[in-house]
Ligand binder design. Sequence first.
Ligand code: AMP
Ligand code: TRP
Length: 348
Amino acid sequence: MSEPSAVQTPQAFSPRIFSGIQPSGGLTLGNYLGALKRFAEKQDEGTQTIYCLVDMHAITVWQDPAKLRQQTREGAAAFIASGVDPARSILFNQSQVSAHAELAWIFNCVARLGWMNRMTQFKDKAGKNAEAASLGLYAYPALMAADIMAYHATHVPVGEDQKQHLELTRDIAIKFNHDYGVEFFPIVEPMIEGAATRVMSLRDGTKKMSKSDPSDQSRINLTDDADAIATKIRKAKTDAEPLPDTLDGLKDRPEARNLVNIYAALAGMSAAEVIVENAGSLFGTFKPKLAELAVSVMAPITTEMNRLMQDPAEIDRILGAGADRAEAIARPILDQVYDITGMIRSRR
Ligand code: AMP
Ligand code: TRP
């Protein structure tokens, strides 16, 4: 009996960056600072960058079809308005490249129930009634691992909340390589960097800023106009103390810390530099300064998003062209996965 056809098992992987965002609602300043802004920076540093609107992840919780379509286009507009150039990066939506779903099935058979049971995002999203959660929500991290591994991506820029999912991605890659005796999948490196890896709610400094928070005052949306941004920052919860002269002085002041982090990320400074520059300032002074900075950075992005959204057909064209390029990388990798796992592929 002959062995499965020879599989290439590269020992070293050239660096390739992959990341994704769910088109499950309006994007926030947290998505911009924790993800989009950094996606554009990574592209500009010259590594190959692949960015995906993960529509199949979005439907792990109910999505109205018309809204999902709209939000996917809006997400694509947000990437482009934030500096992701579809000519230099690959930008597409997940469902157009079936390799993601195919590899996810294989990873469903690699990942262990015990691993999935530890995922805190599932627990948070499923809430008290986990029995009623979709099977897809539970398997979500295996699809995410497939997104990354379908491209042999080596580096994944994300916000802090995705750290556990990336550890699972590593575990799946290690187990696959081990079980099949190959060095086929790279072990990814999370890139959780910068001053704003976890932007917090403007109403509660202990909660993540999130598109699903019931209070619109808790977040800055990428679609907010200048007035809305300024008002939300002016009304953000803070304490009555002036800003300290060292970062240590922010230790038990989560709301103050959050505004300093946001300022730092928007200005391209470190939080320590912001403190040096603003030591002794009261929020009556610091908030207007932050509002002005936020408006100057965000307003052009919002304007550009609105302009791009005028031409949905052009956005769809960009996503389709991106999907073609993504497919060209993922398909040969998937073919090898089928060989490794012993699936007969005789139609080629
Ligand atoms: P999601 O909107 O959940 O698909 O997240 C897309 C990306 O934005 C991921 O890399 C998240 O880690 C990041 N992200 C979401 N919310 C925040 C936040 N409040 N602070 C920093 N990064 C965030
Ligand atoms: N789970 C990520 C989030 O909610 C989105 C995502 C899906 C992702 N697939 C990915 C991020 C692959 C990075 C790489 O934020």
